[in-house]
Design a protein around this ligand. Structure first.
Ligand SMILES: [Cu+2]
Length: 161
């Protein structure tokens, strides 16, 4: 069992983590271009290092595995606009990924920010890999179509670039 899985298994604790990351990433991104004025207040201390298994914003591609017990691992990842998530079916079970409400039994099991087109991976068999690049910032909720009733859903948070 990985601590990251437990940490990401509820939406509540994820919010401060995401906000902290946003602050950290914003700070890191701004530091490179902002001119520091002598009268400017001291910048805040950097946030603690984010959990790498949950937060993948520093990488080009966040990897999510699909498991034999019908879970996305990790449950939630954070990337920046223009980066991708790669789903790997490491299980023996057929899975899929979609944000399309037309493919959801419960419409609230999927979500996309305004302006983002829904996507669907098609059937992913053992060993299959599907990659999607996220352009529109915001929070995405997706599901596995064969296992929606099992609660096989996940989230991608896309930070502005
Ligand atoms: Cu599935």
């Amino acid at each position: 069992m990985r601590p990251a899985a437990a940490k990401s298994s509820s939406a509540g604790p994820g919010v401060p983590v995401a906000l902290g990351l946003l602050a950290a990433l914003t700070l890191a991104g701004v530091n490179a271009v902002v001119l520091v004025r002598p009268d400017a207040p001291a910048p805040p201390l950097p946030a603690p290092a984010p959990d790498a298994a949950v937060v993948a914003g520093v990488t080009e591609v966040a990897v999510v595995t699909m498991t034999n017990d019908n879970r996305f691992e990790p449950l939630r990842v954070t990337i920046r606009a223009g980066e991708a998530v790669e789903w790997r079916n490491t299980s023996l079970v057929l899975h899929s990924i979609t944000t399309d409400p037309e493919r959801a039994v419960r419409k609230d099991n999927v979500a996309s920010p305004a302006g983002a087109a829904p996507f669907f991976s098609g059937d992913l068999y053992e060993g299959d890999v599907y990659r999607h690049t996220f352009v529109v910032p915001g929070t995405y909720k997706y599901l596995c179509q064969p296992h929606e009733a099992h609660g096989m859903v996940g989230w991608v948070d896309v930070l502005p670039r």
